[in-house]
Design a protein around this ligand. Structure first.
Ligand code: VG1
Ligand code: CO
Length: 541
């Protein structure tokens, strides 16, 4: 087999969701090759195995797809299934891995991070269940990348990614598939498309912002072609390799135009957006933003109204910083609630074991056991299905939810690209004081418990520690603080603020007012300003 000698790069440690770096780092000779070979060396796929390859269409996507195909050919794979044009949304890739019983898949994305020559790129390996590789595999990939001295690559011309059907690279069959077809078929199985179609035909108006990213073709096909929403429902629906110069991050900052449309007097009934690779979702109703944590809780409470979930839920899983709103739904439904570290890779085992049906994260990720990734359009369709059955507005549904379960006011404050030293000092400082915090009062708040979150996976007993600091106050409010594992520059500090108001409490406060005491407490406990050298967070979501 053709082998090329190489030397290791010391920085190929996968983070929360794969290896993410600036495009220019990935453009260094041998950089992507080293990482892909490290993956292949660790997974030891049997000869003739199938590999799914696709990405979110960002700058450099096609280059690395061609490289991955040549390397798969030289490493003994029998078949590569690749999306046409090199495009697959992350949930669609997860679905293809499962459907084609592939050994695994390479997903090329940096998700919500900006793209283009000066933007970010990423590579993530997903295992045969369709989900991100668990930590024991990503750790092994990093260890391998630190000592790699050769990679295998076939000397062959580029594959034609534009033409559907089979081609060959030496003994490898490369199958170019339509990116949307299988995914749309799966959505039709899970949801009552007739009911949603009837609601739209009856005058229900929606707007979906694809943010110039990968969900454009998926949303055009599903929302407009199959569900009958009028042309123009999907905006920014043509994927661009630099996402039009924007951050394809569906939050109130980067999806500002959609937010403003939804707050206007003539707003549509429903608004949504997705991110670069199609696994995140933003949900808005006329005059109301639904926090991702509340969205998870509301979807869990009513999921049984969709055909795919008519049998009820086996359990709910949420990442630790996600608000406790879903816990109250789980308690009422008398099902298990799992609290996992940040990142979708921790949900896979629970879904495989039938211990959870629905999962979610505060970072606009929601999904279920239909695939092993979070899924932006899935969340949109479950919302539409529930609204079509219940025949109420988003605002009415949320008000009813809060009157039943109480309301969890929530916000995340991000300090982006700060100096690593200050970020590490902040984390080390609070970790040192954790044992002393219980009983301490900050303003009107009294600390009840404080810890550094550790999670033991109930299926394989593997423990992940140091996953973020939790400070819980009497009455159910919380501050959580951790460092991001997806950034590509300096450090990003995330401070998660949460205040609980019971069902008979104050349910109509402005979020900023409701959380003001927690913002003050966070500053008092963490000295954020001095550690970050910032007066205020860069992004509040
Ligand atoms: C962030 C989010 C996390 C999410 C991850 C990947 O990680 O907080 O909830 O799973 O991004 O999302 P971090 O370590 O930066 O906080 V995506 O849409 O990149 O696949
Ligand atoms: Co994403």
């Amino acid at each position: 087999m053709p082998e090329i000698a190489t030397t290791p790069f010391a920085d190929q440690k996968p983070g929360t969701s794969g290896l993410r770096k600036k495009v220019r780092i990935f453009q260094q000779p041998h950089y992507a090759e080293n990482f892909i070979q490290s993956v292949f060396d660790v997974i030891e796929a049997p000869a003739g195995a199938t590999l799914v390859v696709g990405g979110d269409g960002r700058f450099h996507n096609r280059v690395v797809i061609q490289t991955a195909i040549r390397m798969a050919a030289a490493n003994g794979f029998g078949r590569v299934v690749v999306g046409q044009g090199g495009i697959l949304s992350t949930p669609a890739a997860s679905n293809l891995i499962r459907k084609r019983q592939a050994f695994g898949g390479l997903i090329l994305s940096a998700s919500h991070n900006p793209g283009g020559p000066d933007g970010d790129f990423g590579i993530k390996y997903n295992v045969g269940n369709g989900g991100p590789a668990p930590a024991k595999i990503t750790d092994a990939i990093f260890a391998r990348a630190c000592e790699i001295d050769r990679y295998r690559i076939m000397d062959a011309p580029d594959v034609d990614l534009g033409t559907l059907g089979e081609q060959r690279v030496s003994d490898l069959v490369v199958e170019v598939v339509a990116p949307v077809a299988d995914y749309a078929a799966l959505m039709e199985q899970l949801f009552d498309f007739d009911a949603i179609r009837a609601m739209i035909a009856g005058g229900f108006r929606l707007s979906f912002d694809a943010m110039h990213a990968v969900t454009g073709p998926y949303a055009h096909e599903i929302l407009e072609n199959r569900l009958g929403a009028p042309a123009g429902t999907v905006v920014n629906g043509t994927p661009q390799d630099d996402f039009g110069g924007h951050h394809p991050d569906p939050n109130l900052v980067h999806a500002r135009a959609l937010y403003e449309r939804m707050m206007a007097a003539d707003a549509p009934d429903f608004g949504a957006a997705s991110d670069g690779d199609g696994d995140r979702n933003l949900i808005l109703g006329r005059g109301i933003f639904v926090t991702p944590s509340d969205s998870l809780a509301a979807l869990a409470a009513d999921a049984h109204l969709a055909p795919g979930y008519a049998a009820g839920l086996k359990g709910i899983a949420r990442s630790m910083p996600t608000s406790q709103a879903a816990d109250r739904v789980a308690a009422k439904l008398d099902i298990l609630l799992h609290e996992t570290p940040t990142g979708w890779k921790f949900f896979g085992n629970l879904l495989d074991a039938g211990m959870a049906t629905i999962c979610g994260e505060e970072s606009a990720g929601t999904g279920s056991d239909h695939v092993r990734e979070k899924d932006g359009l899935w969340a949109v369709l479950l919302w539409l299905n529930i609204l079509a059955v219940r025949k109420i507005s988003v605002a009415e549904l949320m008000t009813e939810h809060w009157r039943t379960y109480g309301r969890t006011y929530y916000a995340r404050h991000d300090y982006e690209g700060i100096a690593t030293r200050g970020a590490d000092a902040l984390m080390a400082g609070i970790r040192e004081r954790l044992a002393m915090l219980p009983g301490e009062t900050v303003g009107d708040l009294t600390v009840e418990t404080a810890d550094d979150f550790a999670y033991t996976d109930p299926t394989d007993e593997i423990t992940s520690s140091g996953q973020g600091v939790r400070i819980c106050f009497a009455g159910g409010s919380r501050i959580v603080v951790r460092l991001s594992g997806t950034g590509t520059q300096g450090a990003t500090l995330r401070v998660y603020l949460e205040r609980y108001e019971p069902a008979d409490g104050r349910l109509d406060l402005a979020t900023g007012d409701a959380l003001a005491p927690l913002v003050a407490a966070a500053e008092a406990l963490l000295s954020i300003r001095s550690h970050t050298d910032r007066k205020a967070p860069d992004v509040v979501t």
